[in-house]
Design a protein around this ligand. Sequence first.
Ligand code: DX5
Ligand code: ZN
Length: 218
Amino acid sequence: MSVKISPSILASDFSALGDEVQRITSAGADYVHVDVMDGHFVPNITMGPNVVKSVRDRSDLPFDVHLMIDPVQPYIENFVDAGSNIITVHHETNDDTKSCIQKIKSFGVKAGLAINPETEWEVAKQYMEEIDMIIVMSVHPGFGGQKFIPSALKKLEAIRKEIDQSGRSIELEIDGGVDFDNVQSTIDAGANVIVAGTTTFKGGPDKYANNIEQLRGS
Ligand code: DX5
Ligand code: ZN
C-alpha cells in the first residue's frame, strides 16, 4: 500500500503561509493538512476559510481540512467554497456528525470522520457507508508538537480491518505526534495517510523534501 504524507501547515511559518504551502508541494507532499480550531471545541484558535482560500492557488494538491470546531454545519459551505477537497469532522462535537458528512458530500467534496484518543474506534462503524477518510487522533487535538499516544496503534489496526471488510475505499489517516521513530509503526498498523506537522517543517525549507521522504520510508 502506498503511503501519503499530509504535512500540517500548523507547524509552518505563518508569516509566509503561501510560500510554505508551495514549498511542501515541491518537496513531494501528497496532501496539505489544514488544522482548523475554534477555541471552543479545542483550546486553541488557528485559521478559517479565508486563510484556506488565500493560499489555495499555491498548490495543486488536495487540501485535507481537519475541522476541530463546534458547531460545524454553519461553516461547511465556506470551507467548500474556499477550495477544500477533503473535509473532516469530529465525532465528539455536539453537532449532528452524520448530517455534516452528508452536507459535505452534497457539495461533491470528500468527507472524513475524526475520533479523539479517548473515543472507542467502534463509533466509526455507523459512518462507514458515507465517509472517504477516518482520522485517528494520536494526540488530544488542539496543539501541534505533542507526544504520540501509543494506544492509537490498536485503533488503527481495528479500523483497518473494518475498512478492508467493508470493501469501500476509505483512507486511514493518523494525526498527531508522528515522527521518524514511530511512523513505521503507524503504517504497519494500517495507516495510509500520515499527518506530520513538526516533523515535516523541522530544520527549515531545505529539509522539507528529506523529511517527507524519510516519513514515507522510501
Ligand atoms: C492536532 C492537529 C494535528 C497536529 C499535527 O490538533 O490536528 O494535525 O497539528 O502536528 P504534529 O505533527 O506536530 O503533532
Ligand atoms: Zn489535524
